[in-house]
Design a protein around this ligand. Structure first.
Ligand code: GLN
Length: 472
């Protein structure tokens, strides 16, 4: 089986035409995982019932059933729960936790007969951009194993890039699906806020959070998105089918480029060159490219790194040693909390809880949290206005290719790498990262990516432009 060139849509055809069975397909991935996982550290756990799941799928295929994901092997980020399986968010605080229910996205995939290979590595509770914050070690980049795979969904991206799955789910609060996808040379998609239920996704900053697919092609991303989107009584912000009004009937789409953002510090020349070439490619594909003004876009990082920890400080309060996972005994309840949280949470999680508590505290609330909320509203208005004259907004996905493991020990330098991705979460709009070529560093061709953003529920524009650009 040629796993390197296999996609979800190709596998669908082969499964339906009985070229291979779901069991054969799953076995091929299990073999590959056996070969590579010790070195790359992608899967935290490979499930023991993979072949049983595949057998079930085969029975349905034998009966003539076909859904887009029937028998398709998938990897799931360790913060999305599957009933009866362990889930840790790559944190020691959830040691031994077994999920009592399915996330809504998982239930929808199960209904289609998808095959879950296992749970994959991530930054602890999705806080980070390299999987270096995992309590279970870093995930190496399959293209250059001395480098990180990105994060926080590093395992989800590396799994697809290393042919250890056909597709995966990650989560994106500020770029955690798009950035690792870009670092690993695959497609990563953050949908409109509320279009995929967050029920069963462990919260990190609830107003910014979404589940998102990672795949090799835009077509496959669309297949996964269609399978898991939709309203859900368990998540009050979800939006339904009826609100995807856009059709892509227009002959030529217009792309806006906020060129001033490219002048910010820390954006590598290779990225700028690659981006300019990508703009030219869109022009040659018939797209109109214009300059777009988004006056507050450069403040996105500051806004994100205030709002996100503020929400985290509250979201993380539920991990107290009583309800889930780890419990460390102290002399009284307060000391139980302190010992459990002090032992269970890693440094980055504790840093963000502190930061969030600080920006919300009396006296600082107005100065930090309140201001950031105001700028968030301004940015939402600006994007709304911009999307009156353009269909898409284009930026690079990251300011540089994947970094070396250990290179960004100063957390602030890692935060700066999120400059292009956090905006879509602040505004709530969908954004797609597509591979855009490579840059040669130390003789290795490292992947680069571009990011397309569209208006709320404008996913169809993204999929069209992404397919035009990538060819699949
Ligand atoms: N890198 C960003 C952060 O550390 C994004 C995280 C995410 O999207 N989950 O906050």
């Amino acid at each position: 089986m040629d796993l390197k060139n296999l996609t979800i849509s190709k596998a669908r055809k082969s499964l339906d035409s009985k070229e291979f069975t779901a069991v054969e397909l799953a076995s091929a991935y299990l073999e590959e995982i056996k070969k590579k996982n010790t070195d790359l550290n992608v899967y935290l756990e490979v499930y023991d019932d993979v072949l049983a799941q595949a057998e079930e799928a085969d029975k349905k295929i034998q009966r003539g059933e076909s859904t887009p994901l029937l028998g398709i092997p998938l990897a799931i980020k360790d913060n999305i729960v599957i009933k009866g399986k362990r889930a840790s968010a790559a944190s020691k605080i959830l040691e031994g936790y077994v999920a009592p229910y399915d996330a809504t996205a998982i239930a929808k995939l199960k209904a289609q007969g998808a095959v879950f290979l296992g749970r994959v590595n991530m930054d602890e509770f999705a806080m980070g951009g390299s999987t270096e914050n995992s309590a279970y070690g870093v995930t190496r980049n399959p293209i250059d194993p001395t480098r990180v795979s990105g994060g926080s969904s590093g395992g989800s991206a590396a799994a697809v890039a290393a042919n250890l799955t056909l597709g995966s789910l990650g989560s994106d609060t500020g770029g955690s699906v798009r950035q690792p996808a870009s670092f690993c040379g695959v497609v990563g998609f953050k949908p409109t806020y509320g279009s995929i239920s967050r029920h069963g996704l462990m919260a990190m900053a609830a107003s910014l959070n979404t589940i998102g697919p990672i795949t090799k092609t835009v077509t496959d991303t669309e297949i996964l998105f269609d399978a898991i989107k939709g309203t859900d009584p368990y998540d009050g912000v979800t939006i339904g089918e009826g609100v995807y009004p856009l059709t892509v009937e227009k002959k030529s789409l217009t792309i806006g480029v906020p060129w001033v953002l490219l002048e910010e510090k820390g954006i590598e020349n290779s990225v700028k060159e690659n981006f300019k070439a990508s703009v030219e490619k869109f022009k040659s594909l018939g797209y109109t490219v214009v300059d777009v003004s988004l006056p507050h876009i450069a403040l996105a990082l500051s806004v994100y790194y205030i709002l996100m920890p503020a929400e985290i400080s509250s979201d993380m309060a539920r991990f107290d040693g009583v309800k889930f996972g780890l419990h460390v005994d102290g002399k009284d309840l307060l000391e139980d909390y302190m010992k459990t949280r002090g032992t269970g949470f890693g440094a980055e999680v504790r840093r963000r809880i502190l930061l969030g508590t600080y920006v919300l505290s009396a006296g600082y609330n107005d100065a930090f949290y309140g201001k950031a909320q105001i700028v968030r509203s301004l940015m939402q208005e600006e994007f709304k206005t911009a999307f009156e004259s353009v269909d898409l907004i284009l930026t690079p996905t990251t300011p540089a290719p994947a970094w070396k493991m250990g290179e960004k020990e100063d957390p602030l330098s890692a935060y700066l790498a999120d400059i292009f991705t956090v905006t879509a979460n602040i505004v709530g709009i969908p954004a797609l990262s597509v591979p855009s070529g490579t840059t040669s560093v130390d003789g290795i061709d490292l992947p680069l990516g571009i990011q397309l953003m569209a208006t709320h529920m404008g996913e169809k524009y993204l999929f069209k432009a992404g397919k035009d650009f990538l060819g699949e």
